[in-house]
Design a protein around this ligand. Structure first.
Ligand code: NAP
Length: 321
């Protein structure tokens, strides 16, 4: 049997790596299972690996590139003794102590790691339209976060896709910068709350494009336009936008914990008090438990909270080194 870690952190975005910095500095020798490189937001480093410039992370007055920021988080955690491994967790057993964690073959008889406590920071992924070139152009005209990227689209014509509260909120927010925002929705009525709809309808910079889907995104190194298709007539048209904000929802990365950790009606982990989940000794932080703020700084803040909660829990349960 492998030795028992004080704390295993699953996920390595701002939440997980902040938890790693704090638990490392508390001499807990955290093991961070970072995930494996991929083109989605559950890769090591999380969603910031898919962004370009980050201008709103405090402490960087000139801004910093998303991947560089995450490399800084990681080296800070490693400097204090965190053991960060690019391995993807395939299965967990939280039903008895010590907790069991598998990477690689989930059916292997022996778990890969044992842990007194676990911090879940597996993040969330933005749902995408799954069009060719869409992911490659993230950070180059395609975005999933108006708060993060709106500033770069001053005086541009941009499009937002979706009909829920996120899409309408992002479209309204983006009118602070853009000249014109076309809100593209696949039906002829919005899902968003009435008050947000009214606000959008009154906004002279927002133009509704009902019954349309985006059928193609264009551009080699940056977005140069999109094609939209009328879902009723099948007719296609070009839209010369330089920004495309995809706001069709998010999905928290909780598959590993199905039926074990309590989730809310949107599938996010429920935490409280603090960052505690329903399983004693398992804590959660970052976007996997937050569908409201979803910012790097709020994820990092909750990672700090999870580390402190974990440290106190370990001490209270006689595991402190
Ligand atoms: P959502 O409510 O699930 O809405 C997703 C929207 O995207 C829907 O309009 C859906 O169309 C559309 N859509 C889904 N897949 C699509 C596809 N492949 N192509 C084109 N369109 C697609 O997601 P959300 O707006 O992110 O909101 C999530 C939750 O957070 C909701 O409970 C929401 O109320 C809440 N929220 C609240 C606020 C606020 O109160 N300030 C702000 C943001 C979010 P259909 O309508 O046709 O299904």
């Amino acid at each position: 049997m492998p030795s028992i870690h004080n704390v295993v952190i699953i996920g390595s975005g701002p939440a997980g790596l902040t938890a790693a910095i704090y638990t490392a500095r508390a001499n807990l020798n955290p093991l961070v299972l970072e995930g494996e490189p991929s083109s989605t937001s559950d890769q090591p480093g999380g969603q910031l690996m898919l962004t370009t410039e980050v201008e709103n992370f405090p402490g960087f007055p000139e801004g910093i590139m998303g991947p560089e920021l995450m490399e800084n988080f990681r080296s800070q955690a490693v400097r204090f003794g965190a053991d960060a491994r690019q391995e993807k967790v395939s299965r967990v057993d939280l039903s008895e102590r010590p907790f069991k964690i598998w990477v690689g073959d989930p059916e292997a008889p022996e778990p890969s790691y044992l842990a007194h406590s676990v911090i879940v920071s597996t993040g969330a992924r933005s749902l995408m339209l799954d069009l060719p070139r869409e992911r490659e152009l993230i950070g180059h005209g395609v975005s999933t976060c108006a708060t993060c990227d709106g500033f770069f689209f001053r005086d541009h014509h941009i499009a937002v896709v979706g009909g829920g509260d996120s899409a309408v909120e992002e479209a309204s927010f983006l009118t602070k910068f853009a000249d014109k925002v076309t809100l593209i929705h696949r039906r002829d009525e919005l899902r968003a709350s009435k008050i947000m709809q009214e606000r959008a309808f009154k906004n002279p910079k927002i133009e509704m494009l009902w019954d349309h889907q985006v059928s193609a995104v264009h551009g080699a190194s940056k977005l140069e336009g999109i094609t939209v298709r009328n879902v009723k007539t099948g007719e296609e048209a070009a839209l010369g936008v330089t920004g495309l904000f995809v706001a069709i929802g998010h999905r928290p990365n909780t598959d590993l914990f199905n039926g074990v950790l309590t989730t809310d009606e949107n599938g996010y982990l429920v935490t409280g008090p603090g960052t505690a989940t329903n399983v004693d000794g398992v804590f959660a932080c970052g976007d996997v438990q937050d569908h409201t703020y979803r910012q790097a700084i709020t994820a990092a803040g909750s990672g700090c909270m999870a580390a402190i909660d974990t440290e106190r829990w370990l001490e209270a349960n006689g595991h402190h080194v």
